[in-house]
Design a protein around this ligand. Structure first.
Ligand SMILES: [Zn+2]
Ligand SMILES: [Zn+2]
Length: 358
């Protein structure tokens, strides 16, 4: 027993051509393999719908089917490329479905599919996190289908009728240069239906703002202005378009004593007169760990030391910039007579007049 083609499209036997088109468009939209990836049953169902539509939309083929229950195979006169295309519904995009529905009538179809917008939230991280890298949660708002109306835009239970602007087809004609172009109806957004009562939850937009939480990995060595992309984390696409990206901009909180320039770090460490004059090993902590620095005897105030590979990790993580430590000698205020005598004796041992060379 053959399948009933009318039942496949869910239409009565006396359905008009327009009803056939509409039923097909509606089912094709729901059962398109692009919408249900990986579902083999949907592929079979989609083929059945296409087959039923192919027969019923053609008056001669429909008559033959009505009278004798016979279905002729698809005509072979189409271009080979088109035949191949028809054999594989998975490879067919939206445009082709709409082209099928309105075949011959239009030179071009604007499906209105568009990629969702990118979102640009800012993520604040500590100086330490920026050097080490960190997994951080970011909370932001994006649009999503309204949960009250399921994205249909109408108040639940409201009477729904045919959209007057497009006659229920979901498409309107516009002129574009020499062509008549079919565009998604702006009033009903291609749904073909409208209502007098819109959903209060979303104001009839079908979408609402929802608060989203995503976990993002801040790479080690990130600086202020580093952008982390989360594909698909932006606004949802329109009419089958892909979602935009979440482009998280990192903002690093400044460190009270360490400055970053490129991949190098700079800090100043105070030392005592005795440490500078006699040499010493001092602690010069980076933001991540304590690093010791050996300063030689006779270290001058303002002298800079380089600690190789103790700076910021470079992208890839195997190399690092350098850490520069500038030494500032704290000169004590010597008022004690005994201490002053000691200084004078020290000067006798190291008799140097620095102004001679100056
Ligand atoms: Zn709603
Ligand atoms: Zn409409």
């Amino acid at each position: 027993m053959r399948r009933d083609l009318y039942r496949t499209l869910g239409i009565p036997r006396q359905a008009r051509e327009r009803d056939i088109q509409r039923a097909y468009l509606k089912l094709a939209r729901k059962c398109h393999p692009d919408v249900n990836p990986g579902d083999r049953q949907v592929v079979v169902r989609f083929r059945e719908i296409q087959e039923a539509y192919r027969v019923l939309v053609n008056p001669a083929a429909r008559q033959l089917y009505d009278r004798k229950g016979q279905v002729l195979p698809p005509r072979k006169e189409g271009s080979p490329a088109r035949e191949k295309e028809a054999a594989s519904p998975e490879s067919r995009g939206w445009e082709n479905i709409i082209r099928d529905v309105f075949h011959g009538e239009t030179a071009e179809v604007d499906t209105g599919a568009s990629r969702g917008e990118d979102l640009h939230p800012v993520l604040e991280v500590s100086f330490q996190e920026s050097l080490k890298g960190a997994r951080k949660d970011i909370v932001y708002q994006r649009e999503a289908a309204c949960t009250v109306c399921g994205g249909r835009r109408f108040a639940p239970g409201a009477p729904v009728g045919e959209c007057g602007d497009c006659g229920g087809s979901g498409l309107v004609r516009v002129r574009r240069g020499p062509y008549q172009v079919k565009k998604i109806c702006p009033r009903c957004s291609g749904a073909g239906e409208t209502s007098t009562r819109f959903c209060a939850g979303c104001g009839g937009k079908g979408r609402r703002l929802v608060t989203e939480k995503r976990s993002v990995q801040v790479p080690a060595g990130s600086d202020s202005g580093t952008i982390i992309e989360v594909p698909g984390g932006g606004q949802p696409g329109k009419r089958g378009g892909e979602s935009g990206s979440l482009l998280v901009t990192v903002r690093v909180q400044p460190h009270p004593t360490i400055e970053r320039r490129g991949y190098n770090l700079f800090r100043t460490v105070p030392v005592t007169l005795a440490e500078a004059a006699g040499g010493s090993t001092i602690l010069a902590p980076t933001a991540e760990k304590k690093v010791s620095l050996k300063i030689p005897p006779g270290t001058q105030c303002g002298q800079q030391f380089r600690l190789r590979g103790k700076g910021v990790p470079l992208p890839g993580g195997s190399k690092r910039g350098d850490f520069y430590v500038t030494v500032k000698v704290r000169i004590p205020m010597v008022t004690d007579p005994g201490a002053r005598r000691l200084l004078r004796e020290l000067e006798k041992i190291y008799p140097e007049n620095p102004r001679v060379r100056a």
